[in-house]
Design a protein around this ligand. Structure first.
Ligand SMILES: *Cc1c(COP(=O)(O)O)cnc(C)c1O
Length: 380
């Protein structure tokens, strides 16, 4: 755990205040070398040998994330999915995991498909029901609870402290996909989580121009060593230029996240009374089933993500998405520009997501202009 009392605002703005020792530069250079010189006696005293193992351009972003999450160490990956799959690849065939029924679809698809063919056993539960989670635990065999909160794209909030207790009571670990919460809104490690994952492609970078992922561990242990081994051997490492861009994006993380939260809350409140909207899904609304939990577990806001269920079903939802002018009809989230997406279309057959649902990623534009555009698209 970090004992540094500095706020996320200060840590991010100064990117930990690192100064490049040779030139005194305030912005660190991009190291492009893939290989490092061996000492004459055959040692590698620099600590670096090859860029699939280790790259100095990762160091500052990894250290900043470790501090923001209050963890012990962080690894950057080439994508959110490379980070998300690493803990499962560090398990063994026959091991059992528990995950939410509705979660980031790409990972759910991977768990149901390739991971189960490889021998991993997965149970998908309604994670807001802690009894269902307890009932799914298989003593001695369950190695990991995977949570995502708020969870794509219904924005359910899961009780991380309670899940950590259930996991640890069964000798398992809790890993949290905290992409949509960001370390500004939720700190899973402080609530008992063992691993925190981010699709850094989203809020951490924040400008829709870098694909990246991260894992932060609460402690150095044998499982973390196995995860480090997965990254090095599978090679899902981040390029130097991408790591540099990611750090540049992270310098404004608190500002961007706060503005996205304010915009999302503004939109959620106005859309809730909209004549063409059946339901608004947003943890910041009193009508949200886990609103009280969100108030306890989240700070600074309830996130920049919300979904609406459009009156008139799937066709009406797709029609609305077709008619936006300011919002961009695109997948992904967490950028400075607002995005709208019909999730059931992209997730395809077998998705638990209703056809009338549109997912909204609130950017940092003017909230009134965002609402006006959505409202005309809904046909009010
Ligand atoms: C985008 C996303 C991922 C996957 O990240 P990639 O960078 O696209 O591989 C995982 N989890 C959540 C919540 C995401 O939004």
């Amino acid at each position: 755990m970090s004992d540094n009392p500095l706020s996320p605002e200060t840590l991010c703005a100064q990117a930990l205040g690192w100064i490049e020792p040779t030139t005194k530069a305030i912005v660190q250079p991009v190291h492009m070398s893939t290989t490092y010189l061996r000492d004459e006696d055959n040692e590698y005293r620099s600590g670096r040998s090859y860029a699939r193992e280790d790259n100095p351009t990762w160091d500052q972003a990894e250290e900043l994330l470790t501090r923001l999450e209050g963890g012990a160490a962080t690894l950057l990956f080439s994508a959110g999915m490379a980070a998300a799959t690493a803990p499962f690849l560090a398990l063994r065939p026959g091991d059992h995991i528990v995950a939410p029924k509705v979660m980031y679809w790409g990972l759910r698809k991977w768990l149901i498909g390739p991971a189960s063919e490889w021998g991993l056993k997965a149970d998908f539960v309604e994670m807001d029901n802690l009894d269902a989670v307890r009932a799914a635990m298989r003593p001695g065999r369950t190695k990991l609870i995977w949570a995502e909160t708020p969870a794509n794209p219904m924005w359910q909030v899961f009780d991380l402290a309670a899940l950590a207790e259930i996991a640890h009571g069964a000798g398992a670990r809790l890993a949290v996909d905290s992409t949509c919460a960001t370390p500004i809104l939720t700190q899973p490690v402080a609530l008992g989580a063992d691993l925190v994952m981010h699709a850094a492609t989203k809020y951490l970078n924040g400008h829709s121009d870098v694909l990246a992922g991260s894992l932060t561990t609460a402690r150095h242990d044998e499982f973390w060593q196995r995860i480090c081994g997965v990254r090095t051997s599978c090679g899902g490492v981040l390029g130097s230029f991408e790591a540099w861009l990611l750090l540049r994006g992270m310098r404004t993380l608190p500002l961007r996240v706060r503005q996205a939260c304010a915009n999302a809350l503004h939109l959620a409140e106005r859309l809730e009374g909209h004549p063409r909207v059946e339901q608004v899904l947003y943890p910041g609304l009193a009508s949200h089933p886990q609103h009280d939990l969100a108030r306890r577990q989240m700070r600074n806001g309830f996130g920049g993500m919300l979904s609406i269920r459009v009156k008139g079903g799937e066709a009406a939802a797709i029609r609305c998405a077709a008619q936006v002018k300011l919002w961009k009809r695109a997948t992904s989230l967490g950028g400075v520009e607002s995005l709208i997406e019909h999730r059931a279309s992209i997730e395809g057959a077998g998705t638990p997501v209703p056809g009338d649902l549109l997912r909204l990623s609130a950017g940092i534009e003017d909230a009134g202009e965002l609402f006006a555009d959505l409202s005309q698209a809904l046909g009010a």
